[in-house]
Design a binder for this molecule. Structure first.
Ligand code: UD1
Length: 430
């Protein structure tokens, strides 16, 4: 297992190219299962989660081709997916265990083939994460669902039927799954209390380009008029707002200045407003964002996670790290997942002053200094928070369990090194 070594204390300055969004790419890949024609996705990030999803689709019978490509002179990947017929309708435990988002094959397979067996993902480091909303919506569309031996067995006689569905929670995953399922259903489906995250808008754009009839993009009521067949399409994946937000914090925490090329400010308004209120200058340009915290004393602010356009839970750990050396006290409240403070005990080992109240709130009081230490985290975003703390800590920080970071941050060390960080990957034999 590789490790990342950081010597803290460098101010970061320069430009970072923001990659295509992991959380957009994963459902987009699965949308290709809805047609027997080719779906081509450009601006794809090179991440282990993408490789894992590609492996699952290959198992199901998808032919996948990849090409080296450039977007705005930055090297990226283009993938094309074609599934003329399925080799298997089973998403096995070994795939789903490695990556929860494997459950995005549920809606497409049921809609196109009328059958799927999907291993239930179970809980993960950040919470229980059940699938009840996905399954109950599919039942309302006429699917028969049984849970046997840890697998969801879903069947439908003929086509799924359009239905009026009200989500109990605005779940991102359920919104994507039901959107995909409804494109090929008979009649019209309405989803009330749908999630509005930008990654869902990206999925709607691809599905409509494939011939789906979806209206209500960016609102909480989506209407999907089912069609008989979808066709191939070509689509560029949106920029990763969570990666952009993470590097915005890297600029702020080191009191540096970074231009985030390709970042879309419109998708980051709530976190950018927090940065501004702390004293960071944020300049929004058409295709980039400039984050300037040089020579500033930053003031701690409260944050509370919420559904989009509220503060993203996927940036909570990074912003908590930013508050560690800001002036005064900041209250950080997590409302989406029940176990998302796993970075805090590690940050305490680096000299942070944090008091956790129950599962949901933490008070951070700014300290003058953090100290490098060997640390590890149990999830992707928490691991990035440790990298951020390492960037300002005195001495050496070793971040273990780098495979979490490889799931969601493309070329992490290269990007940080490019803006002046003292960072390197230590390769360990497998
Ligand atoms: C997605 C993102 C993840 C992000 C999260 C919230 C992907 C691959 N992952 O996860 O990075 O942190 O959105 O923005 O895009 N819930 C239920 N029953 C369900 C479904 C969800 O109770 O059937 C609960 C979850 O446990 C959680 C809340 O709803 O407490 C929101 O979850 P959801 O929006 O579904 O998150 P994911 O799609 O899993």
């Amino acid at each position: 297992m590789d490790k990342i070594k950081i010597i803290g204390g460098k101010k970061l300055n320069g430009k970072i190219y923001i990659s295509g969004a992991k959380n957009a790419a994963l459902p987009l890949i699965c949308a290709s299962l809805l047609t027997d024609e080719t779906v081509t996705l450009t601006n794809m990030p090179m991440l282990s989660d993408i490789t894992a999803m590609n492996a699952l689709l290959a198992e199901l019978g998808t032919q996948i081709d990849s090409f080296d490509d450039f977007v705005d002179e930055h090297p990226t990947k283009t993938y094309s997916y074609r599934t003329p017929k399925f080799k298997s309708l089973v998403a096995p435990y070994d795939f789903v265990r490695k990556m929860r988002a494997s459950y995005y094959v549920l809606g497409p397979l049921l809609a196109r083939e009328g059958h799927i067996e999907l291993s239930l993902p179970g809980g993960c480091a950040i919470g229980a994460r059940p699938m009840d909303i996905h399954l109950s919506a599919l039942e309302q569309m006429g699917a028969k669902i049984e849970i046997k031996n840890g697998y969801v067995h879903a069947d439908v006689d003929g086509r799924l039927k359009g239905a009026h569905i009200i989500f109990r929670i605005a779940s991102v995953g359920a919104t994507c799954n039901i959107l995909m399922a409804a494109t090929l259903a008979e009649g019209t489906t309405t989803i009330e209390n749908a999630a509005k995250e930008p990654e869902i808008g990206d999925l709607i754009d691809l599905l409509n380009a494939m011939g789906a009839k979806i209206s209500g993009k960016d609102t909480s009521i989506l209407t999907i008029e089912g069609v008989d067949k979808l066709h191939g399409a070509r689509h560029k994946v949106i920029a990763d707002r969570i990666e952009a937000g993470s590097y915005a914090v890297a600029a702020a925490i080191t009191r540096g200045n970074i231009e985030l090329i390709n970042a879309q400010a419109a998708t980051l308004q709530t976190p950018l407003n927090i940065l501004r209120s702390m004293g960071v200058t944020v300049e929004e340009k058409e295709n980039s964002l400039i984050i300037d915290a040089q020579d500033r004393e930053l003031e701690g602010k409260d944050i509370m996670t919420d559904f989009y356009p509220g503060f993203p839970t996927d940036l909570q750990a990074q912003f908590l790290a930013l508050m560690l050396t800001a002036k005064g006290a900041s209250m950080v409240t997590e409302t989406i997942f029940e176990n998302r403070f796993m970075h805090i005990p590690e940050l305490l080992r680096m000299g942070a002053n944090i008091n956790v109240h129950g599962h949901a709130s933490a008070i951070v009081r700014g300290v003058d200094k953090l100290y490098g230490a060997p640390v590890m985290a149990t999830d992707l975003r928490a691991s990035f928070a440790l990298i951020l703390a390492g960037l300002i800590a005195e001495g050496e920080t070793i971040v273990n369990r780098v495979y979490h970071l490889d799931r969601g941050y493309e070329h992490l060390e290269q990007k940080l090194k490019g803006v002046g960080a003292d960072i390197e990957r230590i390769k360990e034999p497998d």
